[in-house]
Design a protein around this ligand. Sequence first.
Ligand code: SGN
Ligand code: CA
Length: 532
Amino acid sequence: MNDAGRICFGVLLLLSLSRIPVFAQQKDKRPNIVYIMSDDHAYQAISAYGYRLNNTPNIDRMAKEGAIFTNACVTNSLCAPSRAVLLTGKHSFINGKIDNVHAFNWDQDNFCKELQKAGYQTAMIGKIHMDGLPQGFDYSAVLIDQGEYYNPDFIINGVKQQKMGYVTDLTTAMTLDWIKNRDSSKPFCVLYHQKAPHREWLPSLKYIKEYTGKTYKEPATLFDDYAGRGAAAKSAEMNILKDMNWSGDNKISPDVLQELGIKDPLDWGPDAYHNNLGRMTTSERAAWDSVYDPIIARFRSDYPAMTPKDLMRWRYQRYMQDYMGCIASVDDGVGQLLDFLKENNLDSNTIVIYTSDQGFYLGEHGWFDKRFMYEESLRTPLLIRYPGHIRPGTNIDALIQNLDYAPTILDYAGVKIPADMQGESFKNLVSGNTTKWRDAIYYTYYEYPSIHMVKRHYGVKTKRYKLIHFYYDIDEWELYDLQKDPQEMKNVYNDPTYAPVRKEMHAKLEALRKMYGDSDENDKKFLPAGNK
Ligand code: SGN
Ligand code: CA
């Protein structure tokens, strides 16, 4: 062996000893894509957004090294519909997945099918919340329906298998494993979908002690009485005091609730409690009880003297502790992924996207959950890192929608965007090559009557104003001035000083409905049977 041979042999030996996988060179220079989407992750719970509620150092790293979007919105603030919009690049009334109930038609085109056709290797790992074998993926490992936090069942390429561990950590590990074992001669796209922090918010054992000890600042509108708004806000059932389950959500054991004479507003609370904790191993359950039993005991003794206001405050803290505890593991996963890409020389040629399927209420207006076109649920976190293409520290406040993700990813991959996709690529906007962008977005919501009782509505938002029409069992319009009233406390639809704005917003709404192919006829098509 000559000197060069000996050096080469030495390097290979060192690499194999250090257990760093030696990837075959990716000859195809097109970028890899890691699309990370968590479930119900409010932008208020990402420290880079500046709300000071929690710390997400790894997600924040993406903002520092790439772009953060402060006005990214969804088209329909609900899990499965949002996922359908992501895949198809089309509004709910076009792709057919209007709510969590209707089936998704996997036979229609989606951006992963397009990437596959163009030679990409694709995978989906984690929550998808849709029935049927995902199409467009060389590999899929998906949770069933909402999935479980502890020792969850996955459907791996169509075959059910239980995995032992905590769902967020498992989803991360499975994603990294898939990247390690892929065919490294091709570019890849992986959809890495966390179940967390979805209700009923079960954190990892690693974090329960730390997070149940925290106290969170209350939002200014925690005790909102909805006086300045219409019937929809007043009749929604997502108030932390009135509509949460004490057992499933707040983790108070059903026997103690019975003793205290507390009944869950929704009957399935105790079932949720038993099902969630019932998946733990004996030692996991013991570790859980060692933290939650003292909380339950304290509540048991304090409850008789608590006023409704005290209870609201207590429930808000309980909710936030578990919710934020779930996010700690999501953030760990982002850190592991970013480190992994770096250690394997994949970071400069991989686009990493972090988002949620929608926004979420963290006590604003007294609420949890989402669905409304109001800001906290309409807006969703979005961060993108692509070194060399996106300047570190980029801040974008353009009205992006999840409708735009599919065309943007295809654009970055150099794949033709199908003409019937309704979103737009924001690649040139992020790189600073253009400032041209839409001035208004269109929103629709259909799942009513149903859990949380948020009425059907559609609307338009510009950076300054928002016009919403609630229909079906009411006919009410709401108009908000987001500059003067960012918390949307006062509907100014009937305020004469807003008459010109109202007219202008109606015109924008009509134009968008026409452009996207929506209409009163469509709205009727999706009404419950018997109402069409
Ligand atoms: C469940 C939740 C609801 C939530 C829907 C939809 N209740 O029904 O709070 O709005 O899912 O969520 S739970 O206690 O059973 O989890 S989505 O993210 O899947 O759209
Ligand atoms: Ca969701």
